[in-house]
Design a protein. Structure first.
Length: 507
């Protein structure tokens, strides 16, 4: 049995989930000196199409969480607590007996298409933003519930409780229902200015108002593993803690910044570019640029923007695999590096890239429509995506500076996407500023920090950041080839303004 204090973090991303143990390594005086992480389980997370809808495989994900608990004990750890963070916005509905009503929808399901425009026209975009502080992403919980209402879903009539994904898994583990704050702020139904659920908005949209629980702050102990689960797995009891259960906010809590004002990019399936704030920015400028104010680990707000991210690469990879050619992420990066620079550029946030059947074809068609070179080879396509993402990061970083009045020295990048060193290099070049990368497992680490604070092993999150700095390497990418990248940025800004067939260009 290991003697050092340890906790178990589950980080469920849209492409994969993992279970990691975090152990505090003590120095000679008995104080915490390092955080040692051990991956005990990793599993793919695949969406599943059932009839007309795209769903998460929730039962399988629960099984993988159980496998993670079991593997942690089999490896000799006895964690004091565990916690789950996942992607935002999605939810399960429970009936009055506490049973799950149907299989939770995946946020890329097509049911919400066109609803951003419809709800904005009905409620008024300014009011909607002022009362939610959230980017109008078509998959926000609000639009999903509105789609169910429009479809006359009986599940809405039967639902007694709505649990966002991490809260749903916490419920399966403990039998306790709770709603964690950072997740609540991803719904577009929580008013950050008032600090309450927006029941009048729900009523006006014809949505039930009684299924939302009062949010609890990150660091709340939800309960313990149920007796039934402990005997099913043959493991000891442990606490289940609500951390910043939104993966983006768990990652933001682990950014090893040394200054009070800094910008970060959480790079995974999505790219989330933002900065920590003391209060939300709800003014029209933030709406114009379509930024979100999302609740963070310490109860404050983060101003950030969703950028389509490495989803575009994942989907090209999947399509090529379907057509019989398998590439690793590393192979794709090598092929992109060998391709010619700046042949063509895309607006990564064009909605045409949200969930097309054929991503490489969606890219070719965008380039055709905007009168550019049409990329044909794998290397050309991936290079186009990576260069475009880097240029988009510059655009969004400058918008964040304008909204906050800050000048950021550089950009901290964390998450699985930093393993793509070409993207990190391109980002430093596009920004003309340094990029600092690490750690890769930022969401799991931020998750651990809140658990360690709750269990009394670190004083506060700032102590946690010091642990991160002393435990994980940070790589620096200095900007190069400035002339070339400035010219490319000017071209990019022209291209993103070109209207493209029926899909909305991003702000
Ligand atoms: P999520 O949490 O959203 O599932 P991750 O943080 O795990 O995402 O990041 C996944 C992304 O990281 C992939 O889409 C891929 O582009 C990138 N990635 C992972 N491994 C590598 C690698 N070895 N080389 C380059 N990119 C990688
Ligand atoms: C990233 C993320 C992002 C959300 C999206 C649904 O994993 O949580 O912050 O907007 O998934």
């Amino acid at each position: 049995m290991k003697q050092t204090p340890c906790v178990l973090a589950f980080d469920l991303g849209a492409s994969s989930g993992r279970a990691l143990i975090g152990e505090i390594v003590m120095d000679e005086s008995g104080g915490p000196s390092q955080l040692r992480i051990t991956e005990v389980h990793r599993f793919p997370n695949n969406a599943i199409q059932i009839g007309n809808h795209l769903h998460w495989d929730t039962p399988l994900l629960l099984q993988e969480i159980k496998n993670g608990i079991l593997k942690a004990f089999q490896a000799g750890f006895e964690p004091e607590s565990c916690a789950i963070d996942t992607w935002g916005v999605d939810f399960g509905l429970l009936d009055r007996n506490g049973e799950l009503l149907g299989i939770p929808y995946h946020y890329r399901d097509h049911q919400t298409e066109g609803l951003v425009e419809e709800v904005s026209a009905f409620i008024g975009a300014e009011r909607l933003f002022r009362e939610s502080g959230l980017q109008f992403m078509p998959f926000n919980t609000l639009y999903q519930l509105y789609a169910m209402k429009k479809a006359g879903s009986p599940k809405l009539d039967l639902a007694e409780t709505l649990l966002l994904t991490p809260d749903l898994f916490n419920y399966f583990l403990t039998g306790r229902k709770a709603c964690e704050f950072s997740m609540a702020t991803t719904t577009q139904l929580y008013d950050p200015g008032v600090g309450e659920w927006n029941t009048s908005l729900m009523e006006e949209l014809g949505l039930p108002t009684s299924m939302f629980l009062e949010p609890v702050q990150p660091g709340t102990v939800i309960g313990e593993l149920t007796d039934a689960l402990c005997s099913e797995l043959g493991v000891a009891k442990m606490k289940v803690i609500a951390v910043a259960s939104h993966d983006t906010e768990s990652a933001a809590a682990a950014v090893p910044a040394s200054t009070s004002s800094y910008a970060y990019l959480v790079s995974g399936t999505w790219s989330l570019l933002g900065t920590a704030m003391t209060s939300p920015i709800l003014d029209p400028a933030a709406m114009e640029y379509q930024f979100s104010n999302e609740g963070g680990a310490d109860g404050t707000y983060h101003l950030l923007k969703n950028i389509m991210g490495l989803w575009i690469v994942q989907e090209c990879k999947r399509k090529w695999e379907q057509q019989g050619t398998r590439h690793s992420f590393g192979d794709l990066v090598d092929l992109a590096e060998a391709a010619a620079p700046f042949h063509c550029l895309i607006d990564p946030d064009n909605l045409g890239f949200m969930n097309p059947d054929d991503m490489p074809e969606a890219i070719r068609s965008y380039c055709r429509e905007t009168g550019q070179h049409v990329p044909l080879t794998v290397g050309e396509i991936i290079r186009c995506i990576l260069e475009s993402l880097a240029l988009r990061y510059r655009q969004v970083l400058e918008q964040a500076e304008e909204l906050t009045g800050s000048l950021f020295e550089g950009l901290h990048m964390v998450g699985g996407g930093i393993q793509n060193e070409l993207l990190c290099r391109f980002t430093a070049n596009a920004l003309g500023r340094p990029v600092w990368t690490g750690p890769v497992e930022a969401s799991a680490i931020g998750n651990m920090l809140v658990q360690l604070e709750t269990c009394g092993h670190i004083g506060d999150l700032q102590d946690g950041i010091e642990l991160v700095k002393s435990s994980f390497p940070i790589n620096t990418y200095a900007p190069e080839s400035q002339q070339e990248w400035s010219e490319a940025y000017a071209r990019y800004m022209q291209i993103v303004k070109t209207p493209v067939q029926s899909k909305v260009n991003a702000n």
